[in-house]
Structure formats: C-alpha cells, structure tokens
Design a protein around this ligand. Structure first.
Ligand SMILES: [Zn+2]
Length: 99
C-alpha cells in the first residue's frame, strides 16, 4: 500500500513518473505507455488503447500515471476479457428473451 505522502512525492517528481506503474506503483524501466499501446480485439482490424480499457474497467478512477508493468497489463486484460464475455452473454440472453 502506498501512502498519500508517497503519491504526492511521486507526482512532483517527473523522472519517477515515467518509471512507475500506475496500478501497483512498482518502479521499472520496462513499462508500457497506456496511451500509446493498444490491444487487438476479436475483430483483427479493431484495436483499443490500454487507457480506454482501463477507463472502461475503472470509470471513476483518475489516471495520473501513464505507464503500466506487464503484470498489471495482464491483470487488466484478464478483467476486461471477463467483463466483455459477461456482457456478451447477458446481451445474448436478453435477445433470447425478446424472441
Ligand atoms: Zn504494475
């Protein structure tokens, strides 16, 4: 857990912003920029930026940092896939009831 004081110090230090994961706050030089990296959806011609995925999963969460570690990206994609599958199934069930 990161303390509020640590978050303030992090936000005031531009060099640390680029090497800190927005989700787990681990420092690494091997982070993905969530605004530049995309994932491909079931439709090969359609991709979605990681930042959009994160906003969909955490709609009220402010995102102050722009980078994520691979472990957090994997976790985000697992959550996103689960939620999309659930929504797809629920929409299918609603269509079945309407027939
Ligand atoms: Zn992380």
């Amino acid at each position: 857990m990161i303390a509020s004081r640590d978050i303030i110090n992090l936000l005031l230090n531009p060099t640390k912003l680029k090497v800190t994961c927005f989700m787990c706050f681990k420092e690494s030089n091997d982070l993905l920029n969530i605004y530049e990296n995309s994932i491909y959806t079931a439709s090969p011609s359609r991709s979605i930026r990681l930042a959009s995925v994160i906003r969909e999963i955490f709609p009220i969460q402010k995102i102050y940092l722009q980078h994520a570690c691979q472990q957090c990206v994997d976790l985000i994609l697992n959550i996103y896939t689960h939620l999309r599958r659930k929504k797809y199934i629920e929409e299918g069930e609603i269509k079945q009831r309407q027939l």
